[in-house]
Design a protein around this ligand. Structure first.
Ligand SMILES: NC(=O)c1ccc[n+]([C@@H]2O[C@H](COP(=O)([O-])OP(=O)(O)OC[C@H]3O[C@@H](n4cnc5c(N)ncnc54)[C@H](OP(=O)(O)O)[C@@H]3O)[C@@H](O)[C@H]2O)c1
Length: 256
């Protein structure tokens, strides 16, 4: 950890940071000197990561919130503002889905749940932090998308509500970038392809993983670190005029 990193002095919120890609993003931002608020529904799980960051010399707090609920989100952002006074970086990392199925097998409940998790959560969290950012005329919002937003891939069977929500998230990103540009706030998406996080690894055997790699132009799967480094760049001073983009981190799985 270094106080002189690329994000020294910055205040960041990372949602979904108790495991997987967003955990790696939170650790990466902290490594570069940001003070990071880690958010998930399970306080003990997100506390484990925050303690680990602090033990390594970084600065982190753990906050419990279901980011699909506006009340939870307001309480969470108020806690960050009470602690650190403002927010420089918001990473909307929460997302995902459970289940697969054709359109005939997809229920209304599946649709609402997955759209709320992947799209409404980003709206609620962005809305809760923008006043702080607008007042200071600076800020970074980074939405974690997915290759599923761009096109079906050979690697996975896209669950329709997930693909729709992630595609919606990209539209939200572009339009919010236009709204917030006059306030010096950038809004971008970073979209990984299949990443073997602990959860994603569970249902895939070695043969499946090898097949997925072989279907990819670069013959590999991306790792959480690849997405985290892309987020770091988007959040850095060097990217101050990059806004409204969807940065694919997919080793060519889907080329758009
Ligand atoms: N892994 C992939 O292959 C892949 C590929 C493309 C895109 N992505 C995207 O990358 C992001 C991270 O994916 P991942 O696979 O790394 O996730 P993951 O391992 O499933 O972790 C999800 C995280 O979100 C938290 N979470 C879930 N629901 C929440 C809620 N309602 N409120 C607050 N926190 C919540 C979970 O903690 P709690 O359960 O404690 O709340 C956990 O920390 C997602 O946006 C996903 O769509 C992933």
């Amino acid at each position: 950890m270094t106080a002189a990193g690329k994000l020294a002095g910055a205040i960041a919120i990372v949602t979904g940071a108790s495991e997987g890609i967003a955990e790696t993003i939170a650790r990466t931002l902290a490594r570069e000197g940001a003070s990071v608020a880690l958010v998930s529904r399970s306080l003990p799980r997100v506390q484990r990561v925050a303690h680990d960051i602090e033990a390594g010399g970084g600065t982190a707090i753990a906050l419990q919130a279901d980011v699909t609920r506006s009340h939870d989100v307001r309480v969470m952002v108020d806690a960050v503002l009470a602690r650190w006074d403002h927010v420089d970086i918001l990473v909307n990392g929460v997302g995902g889905f459970s289940g697969h199925g054709s359109i005939l097998e997809t229920s209304e409940e599946d649709w609402d749940r997955v759209v709320a998790l992947n799209m409404k959560s980003a709206f609620l969290c962005s809305q809760a932090v923008v006043k702080s950012m607008m007042g200071r005329r600076t800020g970074r919002i980074v939405n974690i998308g997915s290759q599923a937003a761009s096109a079906p891939s050979p690697q996975s069977n896209s669950f329709l509500p997930y693909a729709a929500a992630k595609a919606g998230l990209i539209g939200f990103t572009k339009h919010l970038a236009k709204q917030l540009g006059p306030f010096g706030i950038t809004v971008n998406a970073v979209s990984p392809s299949t990443t073997l996080t602990p959860r994603a690894r569970k249902n895939r055997d070695a043969a499946t993983i090898e097949r997925m790699k072989s279907q990819n132009p670069m013959r590999t799967l991306v790792e959480a670190e690849d997405t985290a480094e892309a987020v770091l760049f988007i959040a850095s001073k060097e990217a101050r005029y990059i806004t409204g983009i969807n940065l694919n981190v997919n080793a060519g799985t889907v080329i758009t």
